[in-house]
Each structure stands twice: as structure tokens, then as C-alpha cells.
Design a protein around this ligand. Structure first.
Ligand SMILES: [Zn+2]
Ligand SMILES: [Zn+2]
Length: 364
């Protein structure tokens, strides 16, 4: 079974053969058909998120169920699925509240199976699976509760993106911030997640959709996805420009799709009094941003974080599939380039260079 393994931070992924144990109780084996190249993988590759290695990376993917172990009822061999990179125990406080993205039903590390054991080995060494799945692999054995069945008409690369960037961006608008029709929205960062914040704002009926990035080619993408205005932050002051576009007041909602000190402060400065700023992009764990408590109180500003767009995967993944099949959700335009697994490091180079909306690994 071939998979892309990170052995050491700041070294390329190694595509190698691994031994894979079959699914145990409550688990399934999935043949991966497509897997997106995401900045979260890069955070592990470059050491921003120090996690135990070696690890199969990848967490945004879709595939076909091949085999299920006893105790699995909601999927069966032949089903098409999208992986959720969060567990859904169904019993913890957060699952009970309908917020399964925050599920804390399992005390075991988030890079192995639910029971704390591992299914992958190479030369006698356990290999971890990113987010308990690790989808840069021909086959994944994981907890079946992390698999969301979908309609079989869905094409694979587009389906894969519904595993991370699409729900993260669209959900940030529709599920976390709950943007109203007519509202003004600023989006900082127009990569795979930011473009989905833009299209989430379009789906929500936002009035002004102001997209901001450092690269003009990404701003072109943003226009395709529904941005009404674009700002190049290398040439313009984002906060001043956003205020100017909203009568000097500031936007109703601002989203940081990058994750960092400067952008956190920009979204807080760019919203009007009473407005909401949302942190969507995942920063390095060490980043801090100094907020001004006086201004937060005096101007009644809200700062929120969202993980995975605060979606409910079992509800929202099939909804996003429907929206795509009805022609209302743009996904074809996101899949800029596809690669075989052997070329995965080129996929990360293209992402780092800002050349692609999203690169996708396809398997055959
Ligand atoms: Zn991701
Ligand atoms: Zn739970």
C-alpha cells in the first residue's frame, strides 16, 4: 500500500510502501480516489505544528468503501464517501449539542485509531495517520464514524474538497457567522479556504463581498467566485480600503482565511462597531495577536474562531454535494491541477507559490 509519509519536518514527503492492518471493530477500509493538498498538511511539514512523526499526511479526501468490520452499519462496501477529519462519538457534550466538530469523546491521540492503536507499519515502526485518517495513501483504515456517504454522481476531485476547504470556507459564513442577505463582508486570503468564504458569502446573499490577497491571480479567482470588490494588500491598506467601501464605517463581517497576527488585527480593525470578525485560517501554534480590550468593549465587537466552518459533516457534506450537482456551488474552478501520488511534493511547491486554487492528488 503506497502512501506519502513525513519522516522529519522540513524534508520532502516520501512515497513508500506500508504494511496495513485490516479494519477492526467499528472501522472501515477505504480506497482513496482523490485527496486535496492543504495548508494544514504544510503546517506539519514545516514544523509549525510539532506532531509525532512519521505520519501519513492528508485529511481532505474522498473514496470508495472496500471493507467494513463488525459493528459498522451506516456504510457498506461500494459506498462513495467523503472523509471527515473529526470524530463524531455521538455521546459527548459537544456531539449532543450538535457541534460534533468539537467532539471530545476519545482520549486517544489524534494521529492514531480511536482505541489508541495504529494500523500502519514500516520496517517494524508504527506510522501515524494525520487527523486519524492520513489520506495521502492508496487505502485508509479508520473509524467508520469519520466517513460520510454521498451521491455516486459526484466527481472525485470535487468530492475531496468537500472534506476540508469547502466546508471550512462556506461553513464559516453560513454556519459560524450566519451572514445575512445584504451584509458587507471582507475576506483576507484567497486560497482554497478563502475562495470558499467568498462563495459562501455569495450563497448567503451578501451585498458587498470584498476579497483581499497579495497576488493578483488569486484576486481574479475571487472575482469568479463572487467577489464584488478586490484589494491587493501589497498596494493598498486593507482596513482603510474596506472602510472607504462601506461609507467609512467598516464591514459587517470580516474573515481571516490566512491565520496570523497581522491578519487577526486587520479583521478586527476592518469591522464596524457591533461587527463580527472570524478567524478561519489556521495559524502556527506559537502566534499571538494583541487585541485592545477597551475597543472590543466600547465598540461591541465580536471575535470568533471557527474549526471546519463549524459544520455538521453528516448534514453539510451531502448538502454541499447537492449544491454542486445543482450548479450552485463552484468546485470545478477550484481544482486547478491534479497530480499522481508520486508528484505530491510538486503539489506542495505549487501551493506555496500561490499558483493554484487547489491541487488535488488523484489515484487510479
Ligand atoms: Zn485542510
Ligand atoms: Zn463526541
Amino acid at each position: 500500500m503506497k502512501a506519502a509519509v513525513l519522516y522529519e519536518a522540513n524534508t520532502p514527503l516520501q512515497v513508500v510502501d506500508l504494511e496495513q492492518q485490516g479494519p477492526q471493530a467499528g472501522e472501515a477500509r477505504v480506497r482513496v480516489m482523490a485527496a486535496g493538498v492543504c495548508h494544514s498538511d504544510w503546517h506539519i511539514m514545516n514544523g509549525d505544528w510539532p506532531l509525532p512523526l512519521p505520519m501519513v499526511l492528508g485529511h481532505e479526501a474522498a473514496g470508495i468503501v472496500e471493507d467494513v468490520a463488525p459493528g459498522v452499519r451506516h456504510v457498506q462496501p461500494g459506498d462513495h464517501i467523503i472523509f471527515s477529519f473529526r470524530t463524531h462519538c455521538g455521546r459527548c457534550l459537544h456531539c449532543s449539542m450538535g457541534r460534533s466538530i468539537l467532539c471530545d469523546g476519545y482520549p486517544t491521540p489524534r494521529w492514531g485509531l480511536l482505541d489508541g492503536s495504529y494500523r500502519l507499519k514500516r520496517n517494524g515502526q508504527d506510522i501515524h495517520q494525520m487527523a486519524r485518517i492520513g489520506t495521502f495513501a492508496e487505502r485508509v483504515v479508520c473509524a467508520a464514524e469519520m466517513l460520510v456517504p454521498i451521491r455516486k454522481e459526484m466527481p472525485w476531485p470535487q468530492a475531496a474538497l468537500i472534506g476540508c476547504s469547502v466546508p471550512t470556507g462556506v461553513g464559516a459564513v453560513t454556519r459560524c457567522a450566519r451572514v445575512e442577505a445584504g451584509a458587507s463582508v471582507l475576506i483576507i486570503g484567497c486560497g482554497g479556504v478563502g475562495l470558499n468564504v467568498v462563495q459562501g458569502a455569495r450563497l448567503a446573499g451578501a451585498g458587498k463581498i470584498i476579497a483581499c490577497d497579495l497576488l493578483d491571480n488569486k484576486l481574479k479567482f475571487a472575482e469568479q467566485f463572487g467577489a464584488t470588490h478586490t484589494l491587493n494588500a501589497s498596494r493598498e491598506n486593507v482596513v482603510e480600503a474596506a472602510r472607504k467601501l462601506t461609507g467609512g464605517r467598516g464591514v459587517d463581517y470580516a474573515f481571516d482565511a490566512i491565520g496570523g497576527e497581522a491578519t487577526t488585527l486587520q479583521i478586527l480593525d476592518a469591522i464596524r462597531p457591533g461587527g463580527t470578525a472570524v478567524i478561519v485560517g489556521m495559524a502556527a501554534m506559537s502566534v499571538r495577536a494583541p487585541v485592545t480590550p477597551y475597543a472590543m468593549a466600547a465598540q461591541e465587537k465580536t471575535l470568533k474562531g471557527t474549526m471546519y466552518g463549524s459544520v455538521r459533516p453528516n448534514l453539510d457534506f451531502p448538502w454541499l454535494v447537492e449544491m454542486y450537482l445543482e450548479g450552485r456551488l463552484k468546485l470545478d474552478e477550484l481544482v486547478s491541477r491534479t497530480y499522481p501520488l508520486d508528484e505530491i511534493n510538486e503539489g506542495f511547491a505549487a501551493m506555496r507559490g500561490g499558483q493554484v486554487a487547489r491541487g488535488v492528488i488523484v489515484f487510479n
